[in-house]
Ligand binder design. Structure first.
Ligand code: ANZ
Ligand code: ZN
Length: 818
């Protein structure tokens, strides 16, 4: 007998799906579904993380194909970015060389991995055909006032001459070279995502239940909408000092004020005798990253500015301090401190020996004694006309009082900041703007797009020098102003790669479209994405940016929907020994070696079987070898059916009711399990069906039985979701034309789903000779047929003639013979 060899099975089908165009949408009027995996960065080769994520997305795509949908499951490459640039600097090459070489390698691996994607729609964000439209979209946003430039302080490494992200500053030093990081003010491009803060929050209602709750919570938190009040305090012999507070009810408990030490406000307010002290303090702060500053366990520091302000409700005189625990870019950059009811204020008050006054009685211990601020519900005390009110009533009343006096009003504040999109790097989408002395910022005319990257820069020329490497390409930089024709200069910054990935899924609908960013009709037909798949590390930025872009494009009349991804699946990580794989731990698992040793299908099956999709997979705890043995067992069913079975038999005529029930039940349940994201259970169900089928064959039903063929075909369809090579091979052995991919979920016979089976007794001349498990609602004819088919019964009858049959369905058959 032929034996299962994954290598032979893979070789038989390698490349076949692409050649046959199996995954190219037919656009034949069937209902459509779109599955998109977060596109990969071409970092080198496929790794275990990709292998898991793409196996998951593939289950959904393949399931919908079996359901009869026309499925769009595309792939592309997020191919701009720093690693390519760094590799180019090191190897004295152009980033494109490294990038496109990696894409080739990785693409071959993806194809071997048998992903059900339509390669004809492959896109690269670093292709001019693609980034032309990234530039075009930037210009549309610019025209709408959604892209703008402003000066802003950034982390600056004087050694590397480059801007650093907050995450790259460690203990005030550059993560790479250790130099002391300073702040520098640069003119940067921003997208006005804050204009969409409310829409981004409110539209999450549409996503609830379809996106993981934790992702929604993280986005909500990141946007950070706070409702409260702006309260204006009057500085003695000075300006008004507005603060944002969520607790205007606690105004009587304010005992001092704090302004952000690094703000212009602090410099403006400081009394002359404290100026030097403030300047020293500010120097110190430049070395601390924003992340560290916001840590709650950080020791409080600050200084008195030598000024006072008046409480607008009580007239009380409050000292003004400066500290780093107040952020310059949140609210108004200044606060009223209420130490009794705000922990950060209490810590500061205790450190600086400032008074603490309770104004909300919560029944808890005095914060001045306990050191724990009381933030909960309670009754107002020491608060004049607010006394006796509850917290919520007092908030409303305080806002009324402030409004009456003209010293405040209700306001909403957000934590979300505009999106800083410019990068002083080479390998990204050039910003399509020209700067002219006379005309200012001028958009590059649409017919001149794309503004392509110069191809003659390489190696050291790309190294960071404090401005974009593009600035060094003088020929490229110098252009005539599109408006006045005078000499002007191109913008030399490139876009954050998150801009490229904020709209790629839209391009998949019509990737070859040359005259527009996309074909509106195709976008309307394929999008929004029905199932988006990717890692939780993108819970905030990428997903928020893509949602923002979609909303902005909606408002520009370019797309008819406001949310890009109907459903989101965050696959877990692949660990090894309980820890994330890493070079330093030396616990990396090489995907290529796993594929060589166990085969694609065994690795994919292992990924899917190990745990629910959103849980981590610990490679140390799984057995791809066992998965391989399961696939071999499944495959042998098809081999035996081919060898002994005759096609065309009617399973309904089979007496193997138990097997038929199991088959139909498995198919029925599996469909729902996939929809519910319980992919691992689908594998378990397939295993059970494979084992049962083998038992039935060996137990007398035989491989020729139509019910066995039926079960084996169901196994092939189930396997097509996660073991594509084996499934295709089985389907062919069963005598079908390829491909199994669109074979369709077998039609479920509802009568076989009846949970209750009963034991029917078969008697020959009044003596019990066999017992059959049958459906409770089996018909008289079916039961008689089953009884006649029983091997045991046949043995007792031998050559005798059946003269009479008494059937009492579902319990009894009595055969009278002579
Ligand atoms: C007085 C007060 C009393 C406050 C109280 C809280 C509790 P969220 O909810 O995060 O929006 N705050 C305002 N601007 C700030 C800034 N730039 N840096 C640091 N803290 C700032 O927080 C709003 C509260 O955070 C505001 O309400 C303010 O403190 C503080 F019992 O005002 B509160
Ligand atoms: Zn001009």
């Amino acid at each position: 007998d032929a034996e299962y060899s994954f290598a032979e099975v893979e070789a038989r089908w390698a490349g076949w799906w692409e050649r046959a165009g199996v995954f190219t949408p037919r656009e034949d009027g069937s209902p459509r579904r779109t599955v998109v995996d977060m596109f990969p960065y071409p970092s080198g080769d496929l790794h275990m993380g990709h292998a898991e994520a793409f196996a998951m997305g593939d289950v959904m795509a393949r399931h919908w194909l079996q359901c009869g949908y026309d499925v769009l499951h595309p792939i592309g490459w997020d191919s701009f970015g720093l690693p390519a640039e760094n590799a180019a600097i090191k190897r004295d090459a152009h980033p494109a060389d490294w990038t496109y070489r990696n894409i080739e390698t990785q693409k071959r691996s993806f194809q071997r991995y048998g992903i059900a994607v339509d390669w004809s729609r492959e896109l690269h964000t670093s292709d001019p055909e693609y980034y032309r439209w990234t530039q075009w979209l930037f210009q549309q946003l610019y025209r709408r006032g959604l892209a703008y430039r402003k000066d802003s302080p950034v982390n600056w490494c004087p050694q590397d001459q480059t801007v650093l992200a907050n995450e790259q500053v460690v203990d005030g030093a550059c993560e790479r070279c250790g130099a002391e990081v300073t702040k520098r003010t640069l003119n940067q491009w921003y997208f006005r995502i804050t204009e969409y803060a409310d829409a981004l929050l409110d539209d999450m209602d549409q996503l609830t239940g379809h996106w993981p709750d934790r992702v929604l919570a993280m986005q909500r938190n990141w946007i950070g909408r706070s409702t409260g009040a702006t309260v204006r305090f009057q500085v003695e012999n000075g300006p008004e000092l507005p603060v944002f507070t969520t607790r205007p009810d606690t105004l009587h408990g304010a005992t001092f004020m704090v302004v952000a030490a690094d703000s212009a406000l602090a410099l403006e307010l400081v009394a002359e005798e404290h100026r030097e002290e403030l300047e020293q303090y500010r120097e110190q702060l430049k070395k601390v990253s924003d992340i560290e500053r916001q840590a709650t366990d950080r020791e409080k520091s600050g200084l008195f500015l030598g000024r006072h302000a008046r409480n607008p409700l009580t007239g009380e005189r409050l000292p003004i301090w400066a500290s780093d625990y107040v952020l310059s870019d949140y609210g108004t950059g200044a606060i009223m401190a209420v130490p009794a009811h705000d922990q950060r204020d209490l810590d500061f008050a205790r450190a600086m020996e400032l008074p603490v006054r309770v104004v909300v009685d919560t029944g808890e211990e005095d914060p001045a004694v306990s050191g724990v601020a009381t933030a909960g519900e309670g009754t107002l005390v020491n608060s004049g006309e607010l006394d006796g009110l509850g917290k919520q009533e007092a908030i409303a009343r305080a806002i009324e009082l402030l409004a009456e006096r003209g010293t405040g009003e209700g306001t909403t504040t957000y934590r979300l900041r505009d999106w800083l999109l410019s990068r002083q790097r080479f390998w990204g989408t050039p910003i399509p703007v020209v700067h002219c002395q006379d005309c200012g910022e001028v958009l590059v005319p649409e017919e001149q797009l794309p503004v392509t990257l110069p191809t003659d820069l390489k190696g050291e020329q790309l190294a960071p020098k404090g401005q974009s490497p593009l600035a060094a390409a003088e020929d490229w930089v110098r252009v005539d102003c599109p408006d006045c024709g005078k000499p002007a200069r191109r913008d030399t910054d490139t876009m954050d790669t998150f801009v490229d990935s904020s709209w790629y899924f839209l391009r998949y609908a019509s990737p070859a479209e040359e005259s527009a960013v996309f074909d509106a009709q195709a976008v309307g037909q394929w999008l929004p994405v029905d199932q988006y798949v990717g890692g939780v590390e993108h819970a905030i930025l990428h997903l928020l940016y893509a949602r923002f872009f979609t909303k902005a494009l909606h408002d520009l009349g370019l797309v008819p929907f406001t949310e890009p991804f109907r459903a989101l699946l965050n696959q877990g990580q692949v660990l090894n020994g309980g820890k994330a794989m890493s070079k330093s731990l030396g616990n990396g698992v090489d995907l290529g070696e796993q594929l060589e040793q166990f085969g694609v299908d065994a690795v994919r099956t292992t990924m899917i079987f190990a745990s629910p999709p959103e849980d981590d997979v610990d490679w140390a705890d799984v057995s791809p070898a066992a998965a391989g043995r399961f696939l071999a067992r499944a495959w042998r069913l098809a081999r035996d059916v081919r060898e002994y079975g005759e096609p065309g038999g009617d399973p309904a005529a089979s007496s193997a009711t138990v097997l038929r029930q199991a088959t139909h039940k498995t198919v029925h349940e599996a469909r729902q399990l996939v929809e519910d994201g319980k992919f691992n259970v689908v594998v378990a169900k397939t295993m059970e069906l494979v084992n049962l089928t083998r038992k039935q064959i060996d137990g007398g039903v035989g491989a020729a039985d139509a019910a066995v063929r039926e079960a084996t075909e169901a196994v092939a369809v189930l396997l097509s979701l996660y073991a594509p090579y084996t499934a295709e091979d089985m389907w062919a052995m069963l005598g079908h034309e390829p491909s199994v991919v669109r074979a369709g979920w077998p039609t479920v016979d509802q009568s076989l789903l009846v949970e209750d089976t009963v034991t029917a007794v078969v008697q020959v001349k009044g003596k019990v000779r066999d017992q059959l498990q049958v459906a409770a609602d089996i018909t008289e004819e079916q039961l008689e047929a089953a009884a006649r088919d029983s091997e045991k019964v046949q043995r007792f009858i031998g050559d005798a003639e059946i003269v009479k049959v008494i059937v009492k369905a579902p319990r009894l058959v009595n055969l009278v013979v002579r």
